[in-house]
Design a protein around this ligand. Structure first.
Ligand code: CA
Length: 285
């Protein structure tokens, strides 16, 4: 999510890996031979309708990024902490992307608002199963994501901190979930990307469970019960550094526009809503 993704590379890698996929384990929080997954942190988003996300678990990233450049991706939204952009409804976190003229506290005028919430400084964990049940938004230029960032981003910077994108979707590929690792030597357009695509229908039509299982030097990507990519240091390009050895925190957001999804067009309808039923994090006992 953090940085530019080059579409042709992402496509070619994703399609190639999808061809080799098809294995299915779908641990789903259950056994995998070496102990059981124990819940270590979760948010079921069961607060009162209209309330803000639990501030003991989540903080808002607001504005347009530290460079006021659309979070390094030329995204078109400004993120706010207003209830219009993020609130609890019927046991879900609802992040809403709105088409409206809005100038945030950073003074940057934008034509779209949305929300991005993070557990930075509130919760982080090294390895484990990270999962969320999400019904994504849809449309050209819409870019929802559920992802992890190394908690040393403030001191070591990006991509040295590492990034694990558990779910990204770009509106022009409505049936495809992308899972990506970024780190030193494999970031931005060079991230290790794999995709999984529904046989029929679009992801936004229903909830799906997006997950990674990260144990030792193996990170597995799942959508629902399907394992679609397994990453180890052997996948890194020459000179790449495996940095998935320290705590990461969780981020949920809906971006509008940017280098990868491109801009909304006349076919895009607003508002667009991402419904997150829960985020659950486990550690193997
Ligand atoms: Ca829920």
């Amino acid at each position: 999510m953090k940085m530019f993704h080059a579409l042709p590379l992402a496509l070619s890698l994703g399609l190639c890996l999808a061809c080799g996929g098809g294995s299915s384990s779908g641990d789903g929080g259950g056994n995998n031979g070496g102990g059981t997954w124990q819940l270590t942190w979760s948010d079921e988003f069961n607060g009162a309708d209209g309330s803000a996300p639990d501030s003991s678990k989540w903080a808002f990233d607001t504005g347009t990024g530290s460079g006021k450049d659309g979070w390094g991706n030329n995204e078109l939204e400004t993120y706010t902490s207003r209830s219009q952009n993020a609130q609890i409804q019927s046991g879900n976190l609802v992040i809403t992307a709105i088409k409206e003229d809005y100038t945030g506290t950073d003074g940057v005028a934008r034509n779209y608002t949305s929300a991005r919430i993070t557990t930075k400084n509130l919760f982080s964990q090294s390895s484990g199963r990270f999962e969320a049940r999400i019904k994504i938004p849809y449309g050209q230029g819409i870019w929802p994501a559920f992802w992890l960032l190394g908690n040393d981003v403030g001191t070591n910077g990006w991509p040295a901190c590492g990034e694990i994108d558990i779910m990204e979707n770009v509106g022009f590929q409505p049936a495809t979930c992308w899972g990506t690792l970024h780190g030193p030597g494999f970031s931005g357009a060079g991230g290790l990307t794999a995709g999984t695509t529904l046989a029929s229908g679009n992801l936004a039509a229903d909830y799906h469970i997006y997950a990674v299982e990260w144990e030792g030097t193996t990170i597995k990507f799942f959508m629902d019960d399907t394992l679609y990519a397994t990453r180890t240091p052997a996948d890194l390009p020459s000179g790449g550094l495996w940095v998935f050895d320290h705590p990461f925190f969780v981020i949920l957001n809906v971006a509008v526009g940017g280098n990868w999804p491109g801009s909304p067009n006349s076919s895009t309808t607003f508002p667009q809503k991402m419904y997150v039923d829960y985020v659950r994090v486990y550690h193997r006992s």
